[in-house]
Ligand binder design. Structure first.
Ligand code: SF4
Ligand code: SF4
Length: 389
């Protein structure tokens, strides 16, 4: 299963793009509509390497995009995510793509502060909307700016009746002070929660780790409290699915990272360059295509022998959680990042797996209602997020 590609070389233009999973027919086309943003979140990954604000507008034409789709994505089940910066700042581009390609599925990844500028006809075409938060009001406003949380909740209430699909809270979990209650509260506004552990201000020191483990323990206990009603928290659903239905994990991801960066997601920057991970546009050796030049290859961001995953007890359900973290920590050799970010996150992932095992997921799954099992096996939001935390 392991595929090793030599890095630090220009991407080979001759290797035709293919998802790399037998029988797989899906491609996520993540289009950065702009790299400008109306907020100034303190940790913004797009700011790494001065990527943020470097490309205000889409520099390729709709015809160039059509030619690219026709050349490389014909025959695939394509789903488009509009990404940024803040993608709603380029509403005209979103509308144009929806008109030209009505056969695609659409998702929006937004900070939520401008989403009410979108007309109902556009909102109605989103199969899922991912709205970024950092937890509850105090922590979200700490990272994103005063009043942001309330504005997001208000805007979501306004657009809700027009949304074509689900609303998912995309929670960056960095603070050591995030509580179970504030995560739980998000479910009064959203259909699902997806969280991802992030680099943190002191969040991974011993005290911060203990606090996160306490909250994880509460989340897992809440998840297993009912077999008749689903607790819609994607990383818990996904890990349980991987444990009780490893056949689905194999079918959907074939042993590669569940965030799809090694297989079937492509990120197109406003200037047309293409990368496998939206957070790694600062690493030129990972470029896998160019929309204006009309070329696309396999993802260069592949499992590597330096990565510790095959000896890890979590590998069966985790599968290279975040390839960016592994690449930065073990391939680029950023020792500080490895020790202070990657290793603590891996410890939390292993802890989460053990905590889930303590609740006997196979027994729970056997008792679960048909609708709960159906969501665990095939929740549509799995396709729109990284699944693992
Ligand atoms: S927990 Fe870390 S080391 Fe283990 S499989 Fe996941 S990413 Fe790899
Ligand atoms: S989880 Fe995947 S897509 Fe997200 S930052 Fe990591 S490598 Fe990139």
């Amino acid at each position: 299963m392991e595929q090793v590609i030599t890095l630090h070389r220009p991407a080979p233009r001759g290797e035709k793009f293919a998802p790399g999973i037998p029988g797989h027919n899906k491609v996520e086309l993540q289009l950065f509509t702009t790299l400008n943003c109306n907020l100034k979140c303190s940790y913004c990954s797009a700011a790494v390497g001065d990527v943020l604000h470097s490309q205000g507008h889409v520099e390729y034409t709709p015809n160039q995009l059509d030619r690219f789709i026709d050349t490389h994505l014909k025959g695939y089940d394509v789903y488009v995510t509009f990404y940024g910066g803040e993608p709603v700042m380029n509403r005209g581009f979103i509308e144009e793509i929806m008109q030209r390609h009505p056969q695609f599925r659409f998702q929006l990844q937004t900070n939520g502060t401008l989403i009410d500028n979108l007309p109902p006809v556009v909102l109605g075409k989103f199969a899922n909307v991912l709205i970024s938060v950092d937890g509850g009001e105090a922590i979200t406003d700490h990272f994103r700016g005063r009043g942001v949380y309330k504005q997001v909740v208000k805007n979501l209430g306004r657009v809700r009746p027009h949304l074509g699909g689900s609303a998912t809270a995309r929670m960056t979990w960095s603070s050591p002070d995030t509580t179970f209650e504030e995560i739980d509260e998000l479910l009064t506004h959203f259909d699902y929660i997806y969280w991802q552990f992030m680099q943190a201000e002191g969040g991974y020191d011993a005290a911060g780790m203990e606090k996160k483990k306490t909250v994880l323990r509460q989340l897992v206990a809440r998840f297993f409290a009912s077999t008749q009603t689903l607790y819609p928290v994607i990383p818990l659903m996904g890990i349980v699915r991987n444990k009780v239905r490893p056949d689905i994990l194999e079918r959907e991801h074939g042993g590669f990272s569940q965030c799809r960066v090694s297989t079937h997601i492509i990120n197109v920057l406003p200037d047309g360059r293409i990368y496998p991970c939206p957070d790694m546009a600062w690493a030129p050796e990972l470029q896998q295509g160019d929309l204006r030049e009309n070329w696309l290859t396999q993802s260069p961001l592949q499992p590597r022998p330096e990565m510790p995953c095959h000896d890890c007890s979590a590998f069966g359900f985790c599968r290279y959680n975040c390839m960016k973290n592994l690449y930065r920590g073990y391939v680029h050799g950023d020792a500080d990042y490895r020790v202070n970010v990657v290793e603590p996150i891996c410890e939390l992932v292993r802890f989460l797996g053990e905590e889930i095992d303590r609740h006997n997921p196979a027994d729970w799954y056997a008792k679960a209602s048909a609708s709960v099992r159906e969501q665990i096996e095939g929740c549509p939001v799995y396709e729109y997020v990284e699944i693992m935390p």
